[in-house]
Design a protein around this ligand. Sequence first.
Ligand code: ATP
Length: 372
Amino acid sequence: MAEIRVQNLHKAFADFTAVKDSSFTVRDGDFFCLLGPSGCGKTTTLRMIAGLELPTSGQIFLGDEDVSFKRASARDIAFVFQMFALYPHMNVRKNIAFPLVSQGLPRAQIDAAVEQAARTLQITALLDKPVSGLSSGDRQRVALGRAIVRQPLAFLMDEPLGALDAEFREQMCRELRALHDRLHATTVYVTHDQMEAMAMADTIAIMNQGVIEQLGAPREVYERPASVFVADFVGAPSMNFLPFDAALASGASAVQIGPAQIEVPALREDISARALLCGVRPEHVRFAEASPLRAEVLGTEYLGTSRVVTLRTGQGATLRAKVEVTTGVQRGDHVGLAFDATAVSLFDKASGRALRTARDDVALTMRARHHG
Ligand code: ATP
């Protein structure tokens, strides 16, 4: 397996720029997710790594080799498309063997590699069956078999689970991650589904309009989002944002929102007077009768293990609280709100950028640990 290094990658289609100055490293053995909404440039990035698209500028290294302008067939990478793309007239064994047959490898070597791949994926019993009668899960496993049989330097996957229903997708997520833990294969996985990325990735790159907004471990991205875009995109229900205006001095550890003083992690920069946002995740909102931050309950949703309460504050902001199912509030109730101070994020409203706070110290420690 190998490390993939992308440096200042740029891709323009006529006058439209799909990928802007992208730089990241997928460490050897990493499960790396490119995450973002439709059209943000994920597939274009992946296709450049695969060699199916040439960069306008920038470089791509596979291990020590600069492959930026090499043909796809000259890169030792397996691209897993939507996993249903099997050859319908061949049985499972022939489908898996196909890449090795194309390479003209000796028969015995091919047989051994196919058996090994089938064992890894626990589909040995299916080897001589036609692919036409297989369940969608088994079809996915066969498509994976065709990718892993080559033992490539890296796997690239583009929304491989996109066509599946939610329950089956969860199961395949677990299987893919388990497979990754067995093979330790360097993997770049494209998805627009933040739950998939959070569940499987070692590292997530969140893209927005061709730009990587943040790179980090799932926990780092969730707990310390670098921008409003990331905070909003990752997590369901997504982060709440309370607008307020303020000038803040470095060291400040509270902000005034309407009648309430909200404790926040100590600021690590001076902020001149401007529009700001206080970001708090639904699970960090609590009901506190004595709090001057008042809100009206607009509705509640029972989710089995929790209850999501939608609220409107006296200042007109809507937010959601994820609370215990036993919390007895009803539409029309008036409640006081408190936030878990260590979990609050602050953002500059105009740029969307997160303000630097004491929580960055924690994020930096996590990053240092994550990157060994
Ligand atoms: P999706 O999940 O919808 O595929 P994505 O994040 O993978 O989204 P890309 O497929 O990389 O996005 O596309 C990024 C942008 O580049 C889109 O606006 C798309 O229309 C544009 N684009 C991609 N390929 C081409 C092309 N060959 N010619 C012109 N524009 C393109």
